[in-house]
Design a protein around this ligand. Sequence first.
Ligand SMILES: Cc1ncc(COP(=O)(O)O)c(C=O)c1O
Length: 501
Amino acid sequence: MSDRLTELRRSVEQPPSGFDWDENAWRDAGGRALSVVAAASTQWASKRPSPEDPDAILKSFSGPLPRRPVSFQELVNRIEREVLPTSAYNGHPRWLAYIMGSPTPISVLGDFIAAALNQNSGLWRVAPSSTAMEVQTLSWIAEMLGFPSAAEGIFVSGGQMANIVAHAVIRDAKTPWNVRDLGARGPDGNAPQFRIYASSELHYCHEQAAELLGMGRRAVRKVPVDERYRMRLDSLSQMMAEDRSRGDLPIAIVGTTGTVGTGSIDPIPQLLTAARQEDLWLHIDGAYGAFATLAESCPTELRALADADSVACDPHKWLFAAIDAGVLLVREPGRLERSFAFHASYLETADRGARVDFLERGPENSRPQRALKVWLSIQAFGRDGYAAMIDYNIRLAAYMEGLVKETPPLVLAAPRELSIVCWRVEPGGIDGPALEKLQIAVIEEIERRGIAMISNARLRDGRSALRACITNFRTRAQDLETVVNASAEIGAELAGKPPRG
Ligand SMILES: Cc1ncc(COP(=O)(O)O)c(C=O)c1O
């Protein structure tokens, strides 16, 4: 060995310490970490859904870069002192804001185990069991939604990414030139304007997808909705005819099964007919509502999503999986690979053939084992367990809707289809901008007082409403009574009226 090499050998004799743990250290630290996890996941009566002083939080997280190691014990103490009290808890029984699923304990532990295994789930060769588990979980989800067993899919970070990936697949499937090679401007640089039809209640991710994929935001045509916030078929036909006569390139209709605002459901059977007549792709944005198909009380129109070309759904919403877990299913096998496969040279040792490499089905190379927590959950609760809990959430929302109707000065503001209830506080004597401000002020005050987390909806006529979404296995009737009564009382108080009009 040369002197240089001997010297180098000596310099690597003593590794920096502290990076690894033996089994006892894992058990000690793990036990401590689990007590934090249990505290974060129970004791709801003594917790607020949202932190008390949000403005102070940034200060807690503003220290200098640590130079020296801090013990795990001290770090856990810091979590207990600074992180637990400043967190917002979407697992709280009165977390009813936006559309967030309360995370089941088993899915939380699933992520913990997935992190320990650290499977990089893009390549079969480096993550065989993770890949097989993802394939199986996707096929269970396909079966839940009534999709054929040959359908293919992928786990992604959420509904937004599932929809973005769907739009890439649609664009590539429906463009007469090779858009992956030539881009959206086409072979001669003067390609027609792409057109995608979605209701005016669409989630913004569809416009974002059109931007990211080079089709331009204008590709998305927002079709007006009817009084039930459903896409109007007459307007859809008219827009498609106009676009075709202008020489545009319609490629898809997006139906939403559970809009983010009011939870409305587009007329899926009719959208399917329109898509078939016009040779368009029918994609379903089921990020919120797709799994409602399991529930006994599911509107039949929603179940028609089973016949669509693709569906985006979110296990981290109504399958109550810990964030993150979104899924895209595509009916025709091979479509995802056609849009995403790259065959990079450094992956030549990767095993090909009949096995799946998920990096060829989506835009992520390194990927976490998102399927594990959902694989565990589907077995832990079963299809029927999920059906019962989703149905229970929908019944709770029906109860809340009834409560709103019977509680002055509250007014139901939009029809309820699934588990979203929208209402307004109308104490009388105030109107116009003051009444609008009151709606938002009540939402903020309910949050500030630590009663609940609800959010707002924008109604068809532009007015604001209070909005509660129940995708929460912890919510009970009393929680909804608390929220409804609080909104009536705070509304009256802020409007300077005695409670109960
Ligand atoms: C209809 C719809 N689509 C897409 C999304 C985006 O999903 P995610 O937040 O999981 O990315 C949402 C979120 O609420 C949604 O309601």
